[in-house]
Structures are given as structure tokens and as C-alpha cells.
Write a protein that binds this ligand. Structure first.
Ligand code: HEC
Ligand code: HEC
Ligand code: HEC
Ligand code: HEC
Length: 131
């Protein structure tokens, strides 16, 4: 039979573990990364997953921020804006690509450039638009 005292200890432990877990979680989340790890674009042609971290980390493909956030000054990362701030879905401005073309040209363009290298990213529709 479990004694009342044992039960109290068990409850006490559970509460402490919960608090420790919560604090670690809060501390970890408060250290917000300077870039989102993964992004999912919900779009009419099917959702697109983009693994930001793998594209940038040295263990991954080691791209620099400016390879994609092309409007940044060297060394600057504070001023990163979503692409759609400038590349609007509908626009009459002939000098700036529309949203879909901006993404397609940049993503697929780079994947093509890497074709001859160690490995290239997807170029076919359904390899990006997965769902
Ligand atoms: C391979 C291309 C690529 C590289 C390299 C890249 N990014 Fe991004 N980043 C993106 C795309 C695409 C988005 C999503 C933009 C959107 O939603 O319009 C994004 C979004 C972001 C956002 C969120 C912007 C917002 O307000 O929603 C931040 C912050 C960011 N990137 C930081 C970085 C940093 C810091 C680096 C360098 C360490 C970096 N990125 C490298 C493509 C890239
Ligand atoms: C602050 C505004 C701004 C933001 C944010 C921005 N762009 Fe652009 N982009 C432009 C302008 C203006 C041009 C045309 C002039 C030029 O080439 O710089 C352009 C050109 C391009 C081009 C044509 C090729 C090139 O590099 O010249 C591509 C592709 C592109 N943008 C994709 C993107 C993607 C993808 C993002 C987000 C990761 C993004 N842009 C964020 C303003 C922006
Ligand atoms: C500056 C170059 C560059 C740009 C821009 C770029 N990629 Fe990639 N991508 C790569 C490389 C290199 C690989 C690695 C392929 C390999 O190792 O076989 C890759 C791989 C991928 C993969 C498959 C593996 C993984 O990591 O998920 C997907 C999906 C992908 N990219 C999506 C995108 C999308 C979506 C965009 C635009 C928002 C994009 N990429 C922009 C270079 C780029
Ligand atoms: C490298 C990855 C990639 C490949 C390959 C790709 N796309 Fe996309 N596509 C994207 C991204 C990223 C977006 C931007 C999603 C957004 O607007 O949030 C997009 C947007 C679109 C849109 C706009 C949908 C909307 O909601 O406005 C259409 C349509 C589309 N793609 C069709 C295609 C077709 C057709 C192909 C093959 C010929 C293709 N895509 C290949 C990544 C890709």
C-alpha cells in the first residue's frame, strides 16, 4: 500500500518537475532565434515548406542572409522584411517582380545554379508544393 506520505512526495516531485520544465521552456523560448527555423507558405498551389536553418547553417548549405534577403546592407540583419512587403501579389510596377515570381525566381534559380555542384534543391512543382 502506498502511504499518504509517499503520495505527498510523489505529488511534490511532479509539481517541481513541472515548474522546472516550464521555466526551461520559457527561458528557451525567450531566446528567440534571429531567424525563423522553418517556414510554411500556405498557398493555392499547395503548401511549401522552407527550411531556413538548413539553408543557412554551416552544417547545411551555408548560404548567407544576403543570398536571399537581397536588399540588406553587408552585415546587417535587423532590417529583414518579408519578401511580400516589396513583392506584392498584384502590382503594376514592372520593375519589381510579383510575389510568386520573386519566390520562384529566387528559389528555383538558386537550385538550378547548384545543379552542377554537390546537390541541388527541388525544381519540380510537386517537390516544393507538397500538400
Ligand atoms: C535561402 C534563402 C534564405 C536565406 C539564406 C536566409 N533567408 Fe531569411 N527568409 C527567407 C524567406 C523565403 C523568408 C520568408 C519571407 C516571407 O515570408 O516573405 C525568410 C524570412 C526571414 C525572417 C522573417 C521576416 C519576417 O518579418 O517575417 C527573418 C528574421 C529572417 N528570414 C532572417 C534571416 C537571417 C538572419 C538569415 C541569415 C542567417 C537568413 N534569413 C537567411 C529566405 C532566406
Ligand atoms: C525592401 C524591398 C524588397 C524586399 C524586402 C525584397 N525585395 Fe526582391 N527586389 C526588390 C526590388 C526593388 C527589386 C528590383 C531591383 C533589384 O533587382 O534590386 C527586387 C528584385 C528581386 C529579384 C530579381 C533578381 C534580383 O535579385 O535582382 C528576385 C528574384 C527577388 N527580388 C526576390 C526576393 C525575395 C525572395 C525576397 C525575400 C527573401 C525579396 N526579394 C525581398 C525589393 C525587395
Ligand atoms: C541561394 C541558394 C538557394 C536559395 C535561394 C533557395 N535554396 Fe533551397 N536549396 C539550396 C541548396 C544548395 C539545397 C541543397 C540540395 C542538396 O543538398 O541536395 C536546397 C534544398 C532545398 C530543399 C530540399 C531539402 C531541404 O533542405 O528541405 C527544399 C524543399 C528547398 N531547398 C526549398 C527552397 C525554397 C522553398 C526556397 C525559396 C523560398 C529555396 N529553397 C531557396 C539552395 C537554395
Ligand atoms: C523551390 C520551390 C518551388 C518550386 C519548385 C515551385 N514553387 Fe510555386 N511557389 C513556391 C513558393 C515559396 C511560393 C510562394 C508562396 C506564397 O506566396 O506564400 C510559390 C507560389 C506559387 C503559386 C502562387 C499561389 C498563390 O497562393 O498565390 C503558384 C500558382 C505556384 N507556386 C505554382 C507552381 C508551379 C506550377 C510550379 C512548377 C512549374 C511551382 N510552383 C514550382 C515554391 C516553389
Amino acid at each position: 500500500m502506498t502511504s499518504k506520505r509517499e503520495l505527498q512526495i510523489a505529488y511534490g516531485m511532479a509539481i517541481i518537475l513541472f515548474i522546472v520544465g516550464f521555466i526551461s521552456f520559457a527561458a528557451f523560448s525567450a531566446k528567440s532565434p534571429e531567424q525563423p527555423l522553418r517556414t510554411m507558405f500556405k498557398c493555392a498551389a499547395g503548401k511549401v515548406f522552407f527550411d531556413h536553418q538548413t539553408h543557412t547553417s554551416d552544417m547545411g548549405y551555408g548560404m548567407s542572409c544576403r543570398d536571399c534577403h537581397h536588399n540588406l546592407e553587408e552585415g546587417e540583419t535587423e532590417d529583414i522584411q518579408p519578401c511580400g512587403e516589396c513583392h506584392e501579389a498584384e502590382s503594376d510596377d514592372e520593375d519589381v517582380l510579383k510575389r510568386m515570381d520573386a519566390f520562384h525566381n529566387q528559389c528555383i534559380g538558386c537550385h538550378k545554379d547548384y545543379e552542377a555542384g554537390p546537390g541541388s534543391g527541388p525544381e519540380e512543382c510537386q517537390l516544393c508544393h507538397v500538400m
